[in-house]
Design a protein around this ligand. Structure first.
Ligand SMILES: Cc1ncc(COP(=O)(O)O)c(C=O)c1O
Length: 354
């Protein structure tokens, strides 16, 4: 490992984390797609991060967050998301491994049926989380949570009176401390690429609450990697005037936490908002076609909410020539395939054999 990468790792290690996942995550070439499109396409399998069969990109964040929770003497974890949130489910697994009690506040973008509980919501139940479902009334999850802040505060206060200490994790675990997990992932990826004698030209990921992209950006700066272009495929409707700056702000806070100058700007990554489709948790034909395409060429599953839309965005850009022939491209597979077992509104036409 180069001394620059080692130093970056040391700085991140000093933040402190517990071990939840299994790293490094697998990194391998997608031979058949590479041949078809004349690029060297690799995939980094954050879907195999652990801690269960249903890993994903939240586990790296939770390693840093739950260390902080333990250090603060917390016995209860609150988090927030949509009813099929991967982050919420993964937070429950992490909390259970740390002997803490998970409490979830979930916005019902898709209304769950009490007699047919599916996918992550089913896993949350098996994990014994205390689950509160909030009506979304057409709002984004973020706005639903904002509207219910007083309820969360009263609940925390009540638990404090009973002698409990709550650790609060926002949507997606995208605090600077949580997102630092993806600075580490970036360094791990550069090490894996160096071992194979490769230089990465383009790195693609799905981006939602922005922590993954922010962490990758901080990692790129920490590693001094000026070469790879990072491209974030946005999966929910965002305000384009503030979203990129929000990502850069989180990256800068990670840099500050690790004793570095906050030098991240929106020039450190490219954002693409044209692959959201009708909205968050709303599938569309072209993205689902690419979920089928990846499954049928390489035997790999992505999900209709995040990793499938991210993969579709990348494939569309490869097809349109936005990735020059011969480029080395990495897709960061962020997981989420439990959504394949969720409500029909989320799955869309994936049930049909098109
Ligand atoms: C499977 C999956 N991919 C990507 C993301 C987006 O990551 P971030 O919220 O860090 O932008 C999420 C977030 O929930 C996710 O669950």
């Amino acid at each position: 490992m180069s001394s620059r990468l080692q130093e970056a790792r040391d700085r991140l290690n000093r933040l402190g984390k517990i071990s939840l996942g299994f790293y490094p995550t697998p990194f391998h070439k997608l031979e058949r797609i590479s041949e078809e499109y004349g690029v060297n396409l690799w995939i980094k399998r954050e879907d195999f991060s652990g801690t269960t069969l249903f890993g994903g990109n939240k586990i790296r964040k939770l390693e840093y967050l739950l260390k902080d929770a333990k250090d603060q003497g917390c016995d209860t974890v609150f988090t927030y998301g949509a009813t099929q949130s991967n982050h919420a489910m993964e937070t429950c697994t992490a909390a259970r491994r740390c002997g803490m009690r998970p409490v979830l506040y979930l916005g019902a973008i898709v209304e769950p049926k009490p007699d047919d509980v599916r996918a992550n919501l089913l896993l949350d139940r098996i994990l014994g989380a205390e689950i509160h479902i909030l009506a979304s009334e057409g709002r984004s999850t973020k706005d639903t949570m904002k509207a219910n802040e007083a309820i969360f505060a009263a609940h925390r206060e009540q638990l404090a009176k009973e002698g409990h200490k709550v650790y609060d994790i926002p949507i997606g675990g995208s605090t600077p401390r949580g997102a630092a997990g993806f600075a580490e992932a970036y360094i791990e990826l550069l090490e894996q690429a160096a071992d194979k004698g490769m230089t990465i030209d383009y790195l693609y990921t799905a981006t939602g609450s922005g922590g993954t992209l922010a962490g990758l950006t901080a990692g790129k700066i920490l590693a001094g990697d000026a070469h790879a272009t990072t491209r974030g495929i946005i999966v929910g409707k965002k305000d384009p005037s503030t979203y990129g700056q929000g990502v850069a702000d989180i990256a800068n806070k990670i840099l500050e936490l690790t004793g570095n100058e906050p030098s991240a700007t929106t020039d450190h990554f490219e954002l693409y908002a044209d692959y959201v489709g009708p909205g968050y948790e709303k599938p569309y034909r072209e993205a689902n076609d690419d979920i089928r395409y990846l499954a049928r060429t390489e035997g790999i599953f992505t999900d209709p909410v995040y990793s499938g839309k991210g993969f579709h965005g990348m494939m569309d850009q490869i097809r349109k020539g936005m990735v020059p022939k011969g480029s080395t491209v990495v897709y960061l597979h962020t997981g989420g395939a439990t959504a394949l077992f969720s409500e029909p509104e989320i799955i869309g036409d994936l049930r049909d054999d098109l």
